[in-house]
Ligand binder design. Structure first.
Ligand SMILES: [Zn+2]
Length: 326
């Protein structure tokens, strides 16, 4: 399968594209190559990890949900990045299957509306019964929506569901009260609890051999990244560190109405960008352009996203729908 590495869209001039591509070819550890791909999924090998990205759906985000940026600056960044609209930005909802040895990790589950995500997995040749662990970055509906089958049972019959305890405490308050999202959080976790396949984890702990959690709180109290060791280097599934790549790499301080603690979300974003740029992590993001895999670079203090795209999948591919990104 022919592959293309695209320069960040904010570096639109052809020269910048060529330089970025050259830089990647010479210096980047991002040498993963896709082995198979479809319209809504893409598999790549990264050392001893096999990572499959799934596109649950795409949509748009209007300026009105953003904070800490003027409408003029927002429009300018959208325009510079080639957005068809200067008043709204494209959005993606991705989730990831990570195969490591005899363990199969599903990182988040998308919105999962309609037929759910099982058909997506099957399209990529993956059976839901082979998933051993589901790792949830946080309790928003575009991450936990695909946990159940159409009958309300667990969509993954052998998997243990791992959720961040601080999100469990926030979204499913012990005193029985509700916050936005409580009803869904209760509903999708209950069948896993009943089946004895539910574990809430503390931040920073080891999830399995070579897999640990990392607190990325701010977007939600328990927002978590999962760091996988591989023979090619670290792979970080960072959940919702970025919602709008055209704006937030250039302006990490920009937040959204979905952020539970906006200052903390911005601070965490800047910290993770620096770590990712310093270490060369391969990164996977739930709301980055499909397949949502790439690297962060930093030059003169400014961050850029170096995406990894299959040829012929321009526009992100995948299913489309109007569900909001959270
Ligand atoms: Zn989200």
């Amino acid at each position: 399968m022919k592959t293309t590495l695209l320069a960040p869209a904010i570096l639109l001039p052809a020269l910048a594209f060529a330089l970025a591509a050259m830089h990647l070819a010479l210096a980047s550890p991002l040498l993963a190559q896709p082995t198979v791909s479809g319209e809504s999924w893409q598999t790549l090998e990264y050392g001893d990890l096999t990572v499959t990205a799934f596109s649950d759906r795409t949509g748009t985000m209007p300026y009105s949900i953003f904070f800490d940026i003027s409408a003029e600056d927002f429009a300018a960044l959208a325009k510079a990045g080639g957005s068809p609209s200067e008043g709204e930005l494209a959005s993606w909802i991705n989730f990831f299957l990570v195969e490591k040895g005899d363990r199969v990790f599903l990182v988040d589950t998308g919105v999962g509306a309609g037929p759910g995500i099982v058909p997506l997995l099957r399209a990529a040749g993956r059976e839901p019964g082979t998933v051993t662990d589901i790792l949830i970055t946080h309790f928003h509906g575009d991450h936990i929506g695909g946990l159940l089958d159409k009958d309300g049972g667990t969509a993954f019959p052998a998997a243990t569901l791992h959720t961040p305890r601080r999100d469990e405490e926030y979204f499913i308050p012990a005193d029985g009260t509700d916050v936005p999202g409580t009803e869904l959080a209760r509903k999708v976790t209950l069948p896993y609890r009943d089946a004895g396949r539910y574990q809430a984890f503390e931040p920073g702990g080891r999830m399995a051999t070579g897999v640990k959690s990392s607190s990325l709180w701010g977007h939600t109290p328990g927002h978590t990244g999962f760091l996988f060791e591989s023979s090619r280097g670290p792979f970080l599934a960072w959940g919702d560190i970025v919602h709008a790549y055209l704006v937030q790499f250039a302006r990490p301080e920009v937040t959204l109405s979905y952020d539970v603690d906006r200052p903390a979300a911005a601070e965490t974003r800047r910290r993770v960008f620096n770590e990712a740029a310093d270490t060369g992590y391969l990164v996977a993001g739930a709301h980055l352009p499909f397949p949502g895999v790439g690297q962060v670079t930093r030059q003169d203090g400014a961050f850029s996203w170096i995406p990894f795209h299959p040829a012929g999948a321009a526009g992100g591919g995948g299913a489309s729908g109007g569900a909001p990104v959270e």
